[in-house]
Design a binder for this molecule. Structure first.
Ligand code: ATP
Ligand code: MG
Length: 433
């Protein structure tokens, strides 16, 4: 009898515990759901402006017609700003390009994200994790770029031929058999845009642009005399300053990844969404986030922004390869043809700014190092000085080509400040996740 009572008592106790657990669990799930819904609606409103309901969904206009309150939070200095100061500078001072200390880890990049709880994709709410950073193959390192630039400066060009796009760009072969793309700008602005964007990337620690040098056309010089007849036939002016960038073999086209297309929510640091991607895809997305910051800062419309623009008449443009973006077989993105950046891009900002903002606003995860550089440039307000120093110290022909105007330097600093505010905003949104 006593045993039966004890069993009944135990059963009663078990049922009570089960009920309490069930009620608590339901409350917790609905709290989480509310939180996630709130987060998603916030991210849609703020980061990737959705179309108002009276417009046909998924049209280009719908994408861009955004109520002012839903636009990027460029103006709100929220209370999370202090958190950003906590970003460690792991990379040394601004101006050096030698930041890639990563090992070539392609093998693991192809295996997909392990299901391990220990693998984190995002750190501190908005930064790609160190685990992912370690899987990014080395791009054009400072050491490589310096060696290439030194070699290219003194080398004789033995052949000029098509192979680098339009006729004003020529594929040059050096005496040692290596190659470069020579870009002869229709005006100096294009060469300046190309060159200063390269150095701006250097300032930010972005190493996806092939090494670049300037050269002044002179058919009597050792570098150009062998191809003098070709230069005449191309009608290139003597003394013009052209840029030469390292030619890279086996590059292929790149289609905009799903999270960055207009129908997606954007690239947000939500573990659920990122875990759907393979490691290889994540490593590429990480490089896209650098590209988006660089193109925003330089107002380069000749890549993703022009795709967004073309959606008006070509609804499948995002499914095609992106302009001026290529990929190496190891998975490095190569940002080519940056001549629309900084100079021309700033001149036509009125037309393109809304597209630039939309794209920047769609991304809320960044490389820590790049964010760190933006934060420093925002704080010190010395982007012009640092860019000029780096350009002057690295390029002997900088006096010949010149630098951009003070007005454009002001535009660049303002854009740095906006990216900073956007990073701050993202930190505020996601630092608790
Ligand atoms: N550094 C490089 N290494 C290898 N190939 C290159 C390089 N730069 C350009 N190319 C090749 O030339 C093509 C066109 O390059 P680029 O965009 O610089 O010229 P473009 O005249 O603007 O051409 P487009 O109008 O197609 O953009 C690229 O798609 C690529 O195939
Ligand atoms: Mg091009």
């Amino acid at each position: 009898m006593r045993a039966v009572s004890a069993n009944l008592l135990a059963l009663l106790l078990f049922c009570t515990c089960a009920c309490v657990f069930y009620v608590w669990n339901s409350l917790e799930v609905s709290r989480l759901e509310r939180y996630t819904r709130g987060l998603q609606s916030a991210s849609w409103g703020t980061l990737h402006p959705g179309p108002p309901s009276d417009l046909p969904v998924k049209t280009f206009r719908a994408l861009l017609t955004v109520p002012a309150a839903q636009r990027l939070h460029f103006g709100d200095g929220r209370q999370y700003v202090h958190n950003l100061t906590g970003v460690r500078d792991q990379t040394g001072s601004l101006g050096s390009r030698d930041y890639h200390i990563n090992v070539d880890n392609k093998e693991s990049a192809q295996k997909g994200v392990p299901e391990s709880n220990f693998v984190s994709l995002v750190e501190e709410g908005i930064f790609w994790s160190e685990w992912l950073e370690d899987r990014l193959p080395v791009s054009f390192s400072e050491k490589h770029a310096r060696a290439w630039r030194e070699r290219a400066r003194g080398q004789r060009i033995v052949k000029l031929e098509p192979g680098c796009g339009r006729i004003s760009n020529q594929l040059a072969t050096f005496l040692d058999g290596t190659k470069a793309c020579v870009r002869y700008g229709i005006n100096a602005d294009q060469v300046q845009g190309e060159t200063l964007t390269y150095y701006l990337a250097g300032l930010l620690g972005i190493t996806n642009i092939p090494p670049l040098i300037l050269s002044q056309l002179n058919v009597d010089s050792e570098q150009w005399d062998y191809v003098r007849r070709k230069i005449f036939s191309l009608q290139w002016s003597e003394r013009a300053v052209v840029s030469l960038t390292e030619w890279v073999a086996n590059l292929t086209g790149v289609v905009t990844p799903e999270p960055l297309r207009q129908k997606s929510k954007g690239l947000l640091p939500l573990p659920g969404e990122l875990r759907n991607q393979t490691t290889e895809e994540l490593v590429e997305l990480m490089q896209w986030t650098d590209l988006i910051i660089l193109d925003y800062l330089s107002a380069n419309f000749d890549r993703l922004v022009s795709n967004l623009f073309s959606l008006q008449w070509d609804s499948r443009v995002m499914e095609r390869e992106t302009n001026n973006l290529l990929r190496t077989p190891r998975g490095n993105l190569v940002f080519i043809d940056n001549e629309a950046g900084l100079v021309h891009g700033f001149r036509v900002l009125d037309m393109w700014e809304k597209y630039h903002s939309t794209i920047l606003g769609s991304v809320c995860v960044f490389r820590k190092r790049t964010a760190q550089r933006v934060i420093e440039l925002h704080r010190r307000r010395d982007t012009r000085t640092r860019l000029l120093e780096l350009y002057r110290d690295s390029e002997p022909l900088s006096p010949e080509l010149g630098f951009f105007s003070d007005e454009h330097a002001g535009v660049l600093q303002t854009r740095i400040d906006r990216v900073y505010k956007h990073i701050t905003h993202c930190k505020g949104m996601y630092h608790q996740l």
